[in-house]
Design a protein. Structure first.
Ligand code: MTE
Ligand code: CO
Length: 423
């Protein structure tokens, strides 16, 4: 123990005097345990069992244990020119279940994080409406509220992997995805209040950040399942995620989920903004471009083992990962350990929601042989996640966005794991 304060010493003394019996209890361990190699973690009374811990209110807003300091978002320094127009990645290999903790949700900003006082924030609705409206945050919080769990995936997730295996870690190859419970108001509720004109076909969503980022959204999708959210995972949105207000566009590419949302214009055609013309379109082999590629197709990734989470033990092991689909629910996930020759159906555990991550597991015994691990998601429309080669056949090799090809991890007999591709 180092850096002990006087109150700590006091607590320790008080605690020691009350603990005279503890040593006696340990010396009566059964003979069987005594004959095994002694493990100090079990044979010795530990400090945390001996001394009082911190009192309440040491951290009014709780933080993870100091032993979890590896569980952080990471960026790739050479990927972007400046941190304001950049991205960092969710540490998928450190997570379990289906909810991404708010502080670990990857960030993608075009002009940095806008710092907005919610008292000064407004949402305006204008264009082809009966009644243009301006809402304060308090106005929105007095409207009927909904809660939904959805994944958000940046269209550029796995974008570096189009021409072959690149980045060594699922955090970097697949970490532009998060899965959050949103609280807010449906877009339909606010649009109904303004009254949309019969010729309205598209919306333009605009952010209040320095990029003034904007995207066109078809009205049918807006009225179907979109939300404007002020809450995530039970509390206010984080600044990085668009505090105080963001669009939630379930199953569609992350770029449409406008953060720091300040204006919705109703129109009869798309706006052809930068983000839907020069960006977020993919060049095909024949020179034409795909545009308005909104939906994120079914995808999956084995997060453990993976390059940042090698196998440590022979014998009993848990393989784990995520799957998701922008078209509905994930119906099944298959896993191969031999590069796609044989497949077994993984066990999905935990809730299965529409357009949300699901968690899958394969419990297996490892005898130390090399493995080529892959996973393949199937969704409620019957769509099956393609191989990278199948994707390239249709899309060529000039794409950046919408790479949902099957990932391969090579697990060496040492347990070390690498990003590879099999041709
Ligand atoms: N909204 C605004 N106003 N500005 C932005 O830079 N980035 C978009 C989208 N919404 C962005 C934005 C992109 S490309 C993505 S992938 C998601 O926000 C990322 O959301 P996140 O930072 O919560 O992960
Ligand atoms: Co994006």
């Amino acid at each position: 123990m180092s850096g002990t304060s006087s109150t700590d010493t006091l607590n320790r003394r008080r605690f020691l005097s009350g603990l005279a019996g503890a040593g006696a209890a340990l010396s009566s361990l059964p003979a069987k345990a005594e004959s095994a190699k002694p493990d100090p973690a079990i044979t010795e009374v530990q400090d945390w069992n001996r001394y009082l811990g911190d009192g309440v209110q040491k951290t009014p807003y709780g933080m993870p244990s100091k032993f979890e300091k590896n569980v952080v978002r990471r960026d790739v320094s050479w990927l972007t020119a400046s941190p304001e127009s950049s991205v960092n990645f969710t540490p998928l290999h450190e997570l379990d279940g289906i909810i991404t903790p708010s502080g670990l949700c990857f960030e993608r900003h075009h002009s940095g994080v806008a710092e907005i006082n919610p008292a000064d924030h407004r949402l305006m609705i204008n264009g082809l409406v009966d009644k243009p409206l301006v809402f304060t945050m308090d106005d929105l919080k007095r409207m009927p509220r909904v809660n939904k769990i959805h994944f958000l995936e940046c269209a550029a997730n796995s974008g570096m992997e189009w021409r072959g295996a690149q980045l060594n870690g699922c955090q970097f190859t697949h970490g532009m995805v998060h899965n959050v419970m949103y609280t807010g108001v449906t877009l339909k509720t606010v649009l109904d209040e303004a009254g949309i004109k019969p010729n309205a076909k598209w919306l333009m969503l605009e952010g209040a950040d320095a990029a003034g980022m904007n995207r066109s959204l078809p009205i049918d999708k807006a009225l179907d399942d979109c939300m404007i959210a002020f809450g995530m995972n039970g509390e206010a949105l984080r600044p990085e995620q668009g505090y105080p207000l963001r669009a939630v566009i379930p199953g569609w590419e992350g770029n449409l989920w406008v953060k720091w949302l300040r204006r919705i214009e109703v129109g009869d055609q798309p706006w052809q903004t930068r983000e839907e013309t020069s960006k977020y379109t993919d060049l095909l082999a024949d020179g034409r471009s795909r545009k308005h590629t909104f939906v994120m197709d079914a995808k999956s990734i084995v997060t453990n083992p993976s390059p940042q989470a090698p196998l440590k033990y022979k014998g009993r092991n848990v393989l784990s990962g995520f799957a998701w689909s922008g078209r509905g629910t994930v119906k099944r996930v298959d896993v191969s350990m031999d590069g796609g020759r044989n497949w077994q159906t993984a066990r999905i555990d935990g809730p299965v929601f529409d357009k949300s991550l699901v968690r899958f597991y394969v419990d297996f015994d490892w005898n130390g042989h090399e493995m080529m691990i892959q996973s393949r998601a199937m969704d409620s429309t019957g769509y099956v996640q393609p191989s990278k080669d199948e994707l390239r056949k249709v899309r060529g090799v000039n794409s950046i966005y919408h790479n949902n090809g099957i990932q391969t991890w090579l697990v060496r007999s040492s347990g070390e794991t690498e990003n590879v591709e099999i041709g």
